[in-house]
Design a protein around this ligand. Structure first.
Ligand code: ATP
Ligand code: MG
Ligand code: MG
Ligand code: MG
Length: 469
C-alpha cells in the first residue's frame, strides 16, 4: 500500500516525465502578496506567471504545495474533526501550464494518472464541468468514455474560477470519487452533495478568459492550466480508506496524540485526537515558516489554532503540556520532504510548550466559568455575549475556541452580544489612546477590523483570489 510520501513522489514523477519542472512548495506566508493571509493553493506562487507579468525558464510546473485554510475566505477550521475530508493544513498536488497546454492535454494527463498509474476503477469516478463548457465535456467523453450522467454540468461559481474581480478566469472541472452507498451523500449538484460519499479529489482550472472591470470578458491570448488535488484525499482512497484521517500519515499523528494522553485513538476522545493531529500540522508548519503566536494578524490565527488544540488535549485529561511532545512524530513523517520542518523542530517545540504552559494557567478556570454559565442558562439557550467576551478578554479564549467548546454540547454563542461587548471595549481604548502617538495606528487598525466585520482582526484578509483553487 503506498504511503502518502510515496503518492507525493508518484505524482511529481509523473508530471516530471511529462515535461514539467518540479518546483518546491512556497512558504505558507505568501512572499509577494500581503492581501492573502496564508498560501491556500498551489497557484499562489505562480500568480504572476499566469498573468504573464513574470516569465520563468519553464512553461510547465508541478508542485506539492503546503496549504493552510484556517482564515480568510477559505476557512475549513470548523470542518476539522467532523468531515472526512478537511484539514486546516494539507498538501495540494498540482500541475500548471503557463500558456502552454490547455484542456485537451490537461484532462488526459489527469485521467491517465488516476486510472493507469493509480489504477483507480473508472466506474468509481465522475466529473463536473461548468454548464456552458461543452469543450471540456466533449474531451471527457472522448478521453474517459464517461457517460453523460457522469459528466455533471454545474451552473454555479463552484465551477467557474476567478483570480480576482478582474484578470484571468475560466471554467473548471472537478473529479469526484464515489466511496459507495454505505456513506451518506449525493453527487455534486444534488441536494445531498454536502455528504461525504462523493469526495472531490481534483480540481482542474482552465484559465480561458480575462475579465474587465465592466464585467465583460475576452479570450486570453495566453491560456493556462492550474490544478489541485489534495494529497490526503487521493491518499485515503488509494489506501482503501474513506477518511483522510485514516491515512498512514494522519494515523501516526493520531496515535502519537493517543499515546501522550494515555487514550484510545478510536475511543470516545476520537474527535479530539483528530483535531489535535490536524492542528499540530498547521501550527508546526506555520511556525517553521516564521509565524509566531501573537494577538493580531497571522499570529492570532496561529494562536487560535494552537489554543483550540490545547483545549482538546485538556478535554482528554492532559495534566501537562502535550502538543510539543507530538512534534517528533510529525518530523518523522514529514521532515524528509520538508526539511524546513526538521530545521525548525526546536523552535516549534519551544513555542508550543511555552504557549501551552501559559494558556493552561487560565484554561482550567475559563472552562469552569463556561460550565457555570451554562448551568445557569435555560435549556438550549445561547451563551451570553458578555460571558464569551469575558472568556476572551480575561482567560484568553478566542471566540471560535468558545464556539468549538459549545458545539460539543449543542450550544452556541450570542455573537451579536459578543460584538457589542468588544465594541464597548474598543471605544474605551480609543478614548484612552486619544492624543497619544499610537492613536493613528490604532485608528487604522480599528478601521480595518471593522471593515472586515470580524470581532478580531484577522489581518490582510482582503483576498479575492479564492474560488476553487
Ligand atoms: P471542498 O469542496 O471539498 O471543500 P474545495 O472545492 O474547497 O474542496 P479546491 O479549492 O478546489 O477545494 O482545492 C483543490 C483540492 O484541494 C480539492 O479538490 C481537494 O482535493 C483539496 N482540498 C481542498 N480543501 C481541503 C482541505 N481543507 N483539506 C484537505 N484537502 C483539501
Ligand atoms: Mg472547500
Ligand atoms: Mg469543492
Ligand atoms: Mg474544488
Amino acid at each position: 500500500m503506498p504511503s502518502l510520501n510515496d503518492i507525493r513522489s508518484t505524482y511529481l514523477d509523473y508530471f516530471r516525465r511529462n515535461g514539467h519542472t518540479v518546483v518546491d512548495s512556497s512558504p505558507l506566508v505568501p512572499r509577494n502578496d500581503p492581501t492573502l493571509m496564508f498560501t491556500n493553493s498551489g497557484m499562489v506562487q505562480f500568480k504572476n506567471c499566469f498573468t504573464g507579468v513574470e516569465k520563468r525558464d519553464y512553461v510547465r510546473a508541478t508542485t506539492a504545495q503546503k496549504c493552510v485554510r484556517a482564515g480568510g475566505k477559505h476557512n475549513d477550521l470548523d470542518n476539522v474533526g467532523y468531515t472526512a475530508r478537511h484539514h486546516t493544513f494539507f498538501e495540494m498536488l498540482g500541475n500548471f501550464s503557463f500558456g502552454d497546454y490547455f484542456k485537451s492535454e490537461a484532462i488526459p494527463f489527469a485521467w491517465e494518472l488516476l486510472t493507469k498509474d493509480f489504477d483507480i476503477p473508472k466506474e468509481r469516478l465522475l466529473v463536473t464541468v461548468y454548464h456552458t463548457d461543452d469543450e471540456a465535456a466533449n474531451i471527457w467523453k472522448k478521453v474517459a468514455g464517461l457517460s453523460d450522467d457522469r459528466i455533471i454540468r454545474i451552473p454555479t461559481n463552484d465551477n467557474f474560477w476567478m483570480m480576482g474581480p478582474t484578470g484571468p478566469c475560466g471554467p473548471c472541472t472537478e473529479i469526484f470519487f464515489d466511496h459507495g452507498d454505505k456513506i451518506w451523500g449525493g453527487p455534486p449538484g444534488s441536494a445531498e452533495e454536502d455528504g461525504d460519499r462523493f469526495i472531490e479529489i481534483w480540481n482542474l482550472v482552465f484559465m480561458q478568459y480575462e475579465q474587465f472591470e465592466d464585467g465583460s470578458k475576452r479570450e486570453l491570448d495566453m491560456q493556462s492550466i492550474d490544478t489541485g488535488m489534495g494529497l490526503e484525499r487521493i491518499g485515503a482512497l488509494l489506501q482503501g480508506k474513506h477518511d483522510n484521517y485514516d491515512t498512514d500519515l494522519m494515523r501516526a499523528l493520531i496515535e502519537a496524540s493517543a499515546n501522550v494522553t494515555n487514550g484510545d485513538p478510536d475511543g470516545p476522545g476520537k474527535v479530539h485526537h483528530r483535531v489535535i493531529a490536524d492542528h499540530l500540522r498547521s501550527t508546526s508548519f506555520l511556525i517553521a515558516d516564521g509565524v509566531m503566536p501573537s494577538n493580531e494578524g497571522r499570529g492570532y490565527v496561529l494562536r487560535r489554532i494552537m489554543r483550540r488544540a490545547m483545549r482538546h488535549a485538556h478535554m482528554l485529561g492532559a495534566q501537562d503540556p502535550v502538543m510539543y511532545r507530538l512534534v517528533p512524530a510529525l518530523v518523522r513523517q514529514m521532515g524528509g520532504h520538508y526539511p524546513e520542518l526538521t530545521r525548525a523542530q526546536a523552535l516549534i517545540e519551544e513555542t508550543l510548550k511555552l504557549e501551552e504552559t501559559r494558556f493552561r494557567t487560565t484554561l482550567d478556570r475559563g472552562l469552569r466559568l463556561l460550565d457555570d454559565e451554562l448551568a445557569r442558562l435555560p435549556e438550549g439557550g445561547d451563551l451570553p455575549g458578555a460571558a464569551a467576551f469575558k472568556l476572551y478578554d480575561t482567560y484568553g479564549f478566542p471566540l471560535d475556541l468558545t464556539q468549538d467548546a459549545l458545539r460539543e454540547k449543542g450550544r452556541a454563542v450570542d455573537v451579536a452580544g459578543f460584538d457589542v461587548a468588544m465594541e464597548e471595549q474598543r471605544a474605551k481604548a480609543r478614548a484612552s489612546w486619544a492624543g497619544s502617538g499610537e492613536a493613528r495606528d490604532a485608528a487604522i487598525w480599528f478601521e480595518l477590523a471593522e471593515a472586515h466585520g470580524t470581532t478580531e482582526f484577522l489581518g490582510y484578509d482582503t483576498e479575492t483570489a479564492e474560488g476553487q483553487i
